[in-house]
Design a protein around this ligand. Structure first.
Ligand code: ATP
Ligand code: MG
Length: 490
């Protein structure tokens, strides 16, 4: 079998459109040529440190232009980047460093305290940038099947798994996205999501592949976002539900007409949030994807944003999906089952793990959903969180969405607990905005919106919900609360 190779993405981009803006971060601006020159320089300093092709090098870095330079310098050396979530604990970080056999950790002073407790050779970026330069052996070509980045899943359903993302995965992800969202002169993508997460890293890859500027923010800040959308002529932005909801709260006029797309992913979106977007004329594109698919896999095309509200859309051009029952048989439209995906942006597997998730090239996502008669996907929930009550399937995300539609409720988490009569029943944990609302009122409200068997049998008002380092709701911790009878409740 022939191995497909492509030129190094940054080098090629700097050759094609050297003077286009590549990156904007605070008061710094780089063209693609400037970025390339800087990365070659940093690659030489990495070489001095003994960083070599095919090694895994871990990164514990905040969103910063220097982090972009480091990530792209690693690609120039053919080194695989291990992107660490900066909110992980020492144990979690040590696990990922060990599992990936990382030769070095590049970090910054901000994370000194955490870094010093880690079992790895540490290089601070300010030292790296100051060390001497030795001409490095640049990798001018990459094989598409070669691993570019290793990213651990968020650990929502269990321990995080190291996902091997190849150059081909990133390439096809970027191409699939552009065939759906389009690519226009002057496009700019705002990145206020972490670079260590596929949502952020994929913006960087698209920037090079498309020749598009990336406007990078250190973290999400509503005012700065609205300001840069206007002043830097941002056309697209990646958001998760909480970011979008905060943006809508602050929006006092329509977004400028050059703004084309709010790409909403990372988890379920409630119908009330999507309806608010329609009302405020925010062009929102629902999307479904995961670390294993190198970002978006399914996205709702703009012409369907109203008629298919709540759907994540259709699989992007290079990709396919199917819905499978527990016997492995393909389901008919409108029948729920596990979502299987296939395509060139799907990972070849987890590092150091037998991949039981891959069957004949189809990847079993662990998520449940259905497609309608026209093939639009509706994601219902994680398979592991499905509640079966008296033979009926209940999706916690649906109940959470309804609860979050109540003005007095800020956030909700729903799990199934054992019940003698029904097998399992749903119970809810909520964080409230209005301390006067009672648990009975919440149950009463739910019963006006949900079929009887879906109405939570108990509601507990709590101070906060357990969340992962990626800020995802940890239902498995809620289950432990119930099991242990732990009271985090008010
Ligand atoms: P782990 O695999 O370790 O449990 P994780 O699945 O949360 O962690 P990610 O790869 O960050 O790790 O998240 C991908 C998951 O996010 C998807 O499998 C799905 O469950 C959820 N998700 C993404 N987009 C959507 C969406 N549009 N609707 C519902 N769920 C979504
Ligand atoms: Mg997952």
């Amino acid at each position: 079998m022939s191995i497909e190779v492509m030129p190094n993405f940054l080098k090629k981009r700097a050759f094609l459109t050297p003077s286009r803006t590549a990156l904007i971060f605070e008061d710094k601006r780089y063209t693609f040529q400037q970025l390339y020159v800087e990365c070659v320089d940093v690659a030489g300093r990495m070489h001095t440190y003994g960083m070599r092709q095919d090694q895994y090098v871990a990164l514990l870095l905040s969103n910063h232009s220097e982090s972009v330079v480091i990530l792209l310098s690693l690609q120039l050396l053919g080194i695989k980047a291990v992107l660490l979530n900066t909110r992980l604990t020492r144990e979690e970080l040590n696990y990922q460093l060990k599992d990936s056999n990382s030769a070095f950790l590049i970090t910054e002073a901000l994370f000194k305290e955490k870094a010093e407790q880690l079992d790895v050779h540490i290089v601070y970026k300010h030292e790296l940038f100051q060390t001497s330069y030795i001409e490095p052996p640049l990798v001018n070509e990459v094989a598409l099947e070669e691993v570019c980045s290793l990213m651990y899943t968020s650990g929502t359903t269990g321990s995080p798994k190291g996902v091997m993302q190849t150059y081909g995965n990133h390439w096809w992800s970027a191409i699939g996205s552009s065939l759906n969202l389009g690519l226009q002169d002057g496009d700019g993508w705002l990145c206020a999501v972490p670079l260590f997460h596929i949502s952020g890293y994929s913006i960087l890859m698209r920037s090079m592949i498309y020749g598009m500027k990336m406007v990078l923010h250190e973290s999400f800040d509503v005012e700065k976002t609205l300001q840069d959308i206007t002043s830097e002529k941002v056309t697209t932005m990646s958001v998760v539900s909480t970011m979008l909801s905060r943006l809508l709260d602050h929006l006092d006029s329509q977004l400028p007409s050059h703004f084309r797309c709010m790409l909403l992913g990372g988890g379920p979106a409630s119908l009330s949030l999507l309806e608010r977007c329609v009302e405020l004329q925010v062009p929102v594109y629902q999307t479904y994807g995961m670390t294993e698919t190198a970002s978006q896999f399914v996205t709702l095309s703009p012409e369907y944003s109203l008629s298919k509200l709540g759907s994540a859309g259709k699989a992007l051009f290079p990709s396919q999906l199917k819905i499978v029952d527990s016997y492995g048989l393909e389901q008919q439209p409108l029948e729920s089952g596990e979502i299987y995906v296939k395509g060139p942006n799907v990972t070849k597997g987890y590092l150091n793990k037998e991949s039981s998730h891959l069957k004949d090239g189809w990847f079993a996502t662990g998520d449940i959903g259905y497609v309608d008669d026209e093939g639009f996907l509706y994601v219902q929930d994680r398979r592991s969180d499905l509640i079966i009550s008296g033979g009926e399937n209940i999706y916690p995300a649906e109940i959470e969405g309804v609860l979050q539609g109540h003005v007095a409720i800020q956030e909700a988490g729903v799990i199934g607990v054992e019940d003698q009569e029904w097998g399992q029943v749903p119970v809810a944990f909520v964080v409230v905005r209005d301390p006067l609302i009672t648990e009975e009122e919440i149950i009463q409200y739910s019963s006006t919106k949900l079929a009887k068997y879906k109405v939570p049998k108990r509601v507990s008002i709590v101070d906060e919900l357990p969340r992962s380092a990626s800020n995802k709701l940890l239902r498995r911790s809620l289950k432990e609360w119930v099991k242990g009878g732990a009271s985090n409740e008010n």
